[in-house]
Design a protein around this ligand. Structure first.
Ligand SMILES: [Zn+2]
Length: 171
């Protein structure tokens, strides 16, 4: 497997955001999915281990998300899965007979290519905390807690975003 294409993953996220014309946090994921013809669905029968699932049926494509997870986690999971789709990750995960009634096990993603996981995370990070928005908000306050609330992400995700973009933020 080749090295993760971080730059490409982030570029794709920025393209998605640009197409939606978002300029302010928090990023409206449901609107993004809708624009791409995907539905967002919360499922309360998923096992705790299952975060989110992309399902393709004759009736349409949707992202099914574990309703019991925290909002921040839901947002990250959906963005991550959406990243796999947009970055055209060819994972057996999607080919397998996985459905809402038969969700994947916790091994599904660990078995997936490591690079795909990293790319999907980079995509999700940029989608939820876009650099241009972060720059603007960061100039008002560098407080991770405040920023995390504004972007509707976990403090951990905000920490990663700040670290990733360190050079652009502190100059
Ligand atoms: Zn994944």
């Amino acid at each position: 497997m080749e090295k993760p294409r971080y730059g490409y993953a982030r570029k794709m996220a920025r393209k998605v955001l640009k197409d939606c014309g978002f300029t302010e946090p928090p990023v409206d994921l449901i609107k993004i999915l809708d624009k791409h013809g995907y539905e967002y669905l919360e499922v309360d029968t998923f096992p705790k281990k299952v975060d989110a699932l992309f399902v393709e049926t004759d009736g349409g494509c949707y992202f099914a998300v574990n309703a019991s997870q925290h909002l921040h986690r839901k947002r990250f999971s959906v963005s991550h899965e959406f990243g796999h789709i947009l970055l055209k990750h060819n994972m057996s995960y999607y080919a397998a007979d996985i459905s809402i009634d038969n969700p994947p096990t916790d091994q599904t993603h660990t078995a997936a290519e490591d690079s795909f996981e990293k790319e999907a995370n980079a995509f999700a990070g940029e989608l939820l905390v876009p650099l241009d928005m972060l720059k603007k908000e960061f100039s008002l306050t560098p407080d991770i807690d405040v920023l995390a609330k504004k972007f509707l992400v976990s403090q951990a995700a905000m920490g990663v975003a700040i670290n990733t973009n360190m050079r652009s933020l502190y100059k």
